[in-house]
Ligand binder design. Structure first.
Ligand SMILES: [Zn+2]
Length: 395
């Protein structure tokens, strides 16, 4: 059963514009055996657009088949480029929100790396919540970070907080408006001044055709007008959402305010224009999506026909999606990742075994497909240390 009512503005209707049948439910759970990986659960993606608030949502999303546990591994902190971004963001938040000796709640804190940064650099106390937390947390945070292995809910609303943040969480939540109200209730109880949220920027997917970020785990895709509207409608006063990480992320900082009713929101000309702009990109998206997948199908077929051995670098959402969506990608010889927790495990859907950077030499790889162009230089640098100089193609 497809959902047609919009879970963000809770008034508009979702109109379907793209279908991607049968993709792995999890891109960030790798498997112990090839057989398990090949049999990994699948789901369908049917993206719908709400012209009232600009939400893009997987109408076929079934929350019952997605469960986050300790097998969920999506830490990117092993990458210097990502770590530098996280450190800069932490410093910015500490400064903007005046976080010195304060309490910070992070919803969906993963392994706690970012919370540790905030606490270490600002002498703050961190309280994290994550159902996939496995006990690892940056040691430099010492006793200042406490993590509860659970989904965040109203039950934890009594936690003291000067900042409540969530990064890459909202897009996983089936009912985003309810979630924002949960944050508001907690912020009110704690008299919390600041709220921060970071999500993938839907414009990267729509405009820059970052199509490998369309994954089952993400039911929602937010753009700036949608995210701002969501917070305004549910009792926050947001600052304009800003793009970050080379246009791939969208950040929003807000304070508590008055909930703005939907008529007032709909009457904002600026808001309507921004939503219409997203709508225009949505209209042509399906054709662009097919074209990009088709181009990569041809490129891969040409490379393999010429006897070139290929590797995918980056076994996260993008890499797993590429392998599963592009016809012929099962012929990619090697999948590489620098996250030690992923090594030796198997990719859902295609059964590739994840190997370390040295496999580019061992497996005589001619062409490395870089799944995130932001990492191209650090990958080239790493490989040159091994004496490898393959051709690079940014996907
Ligand atoms: Zn809506």
């Amino acid at each position: 059963m497809s959902r047609t009512s919009c879970p963000a503005c809770e008034e508009g209707r979702l109109e379907k514009f793209l279908e991607i049948p049968s993709v792995p439910v999890y891109c960030n759970v790798l498997w112990e055996t090839r057989e398990q990986a090949l049999q990994a659960a699948r789901g369908s993606i049917e993206l719908g657009f709400c012209s009232a608030c600009a939400l893009i949502y997987n109408m076929a999303f079934d929350a019952d088949i997605v469960e986050y546990n300790v097998a969920y591994e999506n830490s990117l902190h092993g990458s210097p480029r990502f770590q530098a971004y996280a450190e800069k963001l932490a410093a910015q938040l500490i400064s903007d929100c005046n976080l010195q000796g304060k309490d910070i709640v992070e919803i969906g804190c993963g392994k706690g790396e970012f919370l540790a940064l905030l606490c270490h650099d600002g002498q703050n106390r961190g309280h994290g919540f994550d159902a996939s937390y496995d006990g690892r947390v940056d040691e430099v945070a010492g006793a200042h970070v406490e993590i509860t292995r659970d989904y965040y809910s109203d039950a934890y609303g009594n936690q003291p907080a000067n900042l409540i943040l969530s990064r890459h969480v909202l897009e996983h939540i089936e009912t985003p408006a309810e979630f924002v109200r949960t944050i508001l209730a907690a912020a009110e109880k704690a008299q919390c001044e600041h709220v921060f949220t970071e999500v993938p920027d839907g414009m990267w997917t729509l405009r820059d055709l970052g199509i490998w970020d369309i994954i089952y785990e993400h039911c929602s895709y937010f753009t700036a007008p949608c995210l701002e509207r969501l917070f305004k409608a549910n009792g926050f006063e947001p600052q304009p959402a800003t793009s970050a990480f080379g246009g791939q992320f969208l950040c929003l900082r807000a304070t508590r305010g008055e909930a703005v009713d939907s008529t007032t929101l709909a009457n904002s000309k600026e808001q309507a224009a921004a939503i219409a702009e997203v709508g225009r990109l949505v209209t042509g998206f399906s054709a662009h999506y097919d074209q990009k997948v088709g181009e990569w199908k041809t490129r891969l077929a040409d490379l393999h026909a010429a006897g070139k051995r290929t590797a995918i670098w980056g076994v996260g959402s993008k890499g797993v999606t590429f392998l599963n969506v592009v016809p012929g990608a099962d012929q990619v010889a090697v999948t590489v990742d620098i996250n030690a927790m992923k090594l030796g495990k198997y990719v859902p859907g295609t059964g590739h075994r994840v190997q370390g950077p040295e496999s580019v030499i061992d497996e005589k790889i001619d062409v490395v497909l870089v799944m995130n162009p932001l990492y191209r230089d650090e990958i080239a640098e790493q490989l040159s240390e091994f004496g490898a100089s393959p051709e690079f193609l940014c996907v």
